[in-house]
Write a protein that binds this ligand. Sequence first.
Ligand SMILES: [Zn+2]
Ligand SMILES: [Zn+2]
Length: 268
Amino acid sequence: MTVWICKTCGAQHKPSDAPPAHCAICEDERQYIGANGQQWLDRDSLDPSHSNDWREIEPGLVGIGLTPAIAIGQRALLVQTPAGNVLWDCVPMLDEATAARIRQMGGLKAICISHPHFYTGMVEWSEAFGGVPILLPEADLEHVMRPSPLIEPWRGDSLDVLPGVTMHRLGGHFEGSSVLEWAGGAAGKGAMLVGDTIQVTPAAGWVSFMRSYPNMIPLPAREVRRIADRVADLTFDRIYGGWWDKIIASNAKAAVGRSAARYIAALA
Ligand SMILES: [Zn+2]
Ligand SMILES: [Zn+2]
């Protein structure tokens, strides 16, 4: 049996001999199937050619990105706390050097993922660290392409993961789209890890919100208002988006507020 990875979104699928017939994540309007049609990668074929990049971003935070990048090209974040480590978001595979490094740091306590586009190799990662829980909002379970008993669905709007680490389901892009509030980030001012629940845009100090990024389908004004209101209640000064360069280093809460106002005005 082979673990097949969708070449466009990076999702590992349920093991099978032949490649799956389709990738439901990419057939959804929030992703896409390109002009060349659905394509697959054999998970094991990546071992000789790919590994994970490891970058210390700030005290207590490491970025882990597949290199060379495939599919959406996001990087995961390893959040270190006195109570243990949490993996935020995920990448399509885990290499042995990265696994050994994380084990030296005490392994993982949990895996939390912003939304289905970044589920990718979550089951492989959990299994490598003793079957740590994969905490996914129940609302997005239909988008799991590689089912596993290690997935622990949760309901509601917020989940305390570890002391100082809280997952908030904001919705928008996906019903379960979430962010991670990390109290120890930004030298104690707090950081919010957002994936693309909130998208950091090229102009410094601005973000955006979309139902589909590749297909440019916006969210309704009421959804953007609701997300901004939820964010206003969280404690953070810095935002880490889903890619290496997607960072708002300071005053990030004000950036979300003004960006939501601009977005809503543009739709009016
Ligand atoms: Zn896909
Ligand atoms: Zn996405």
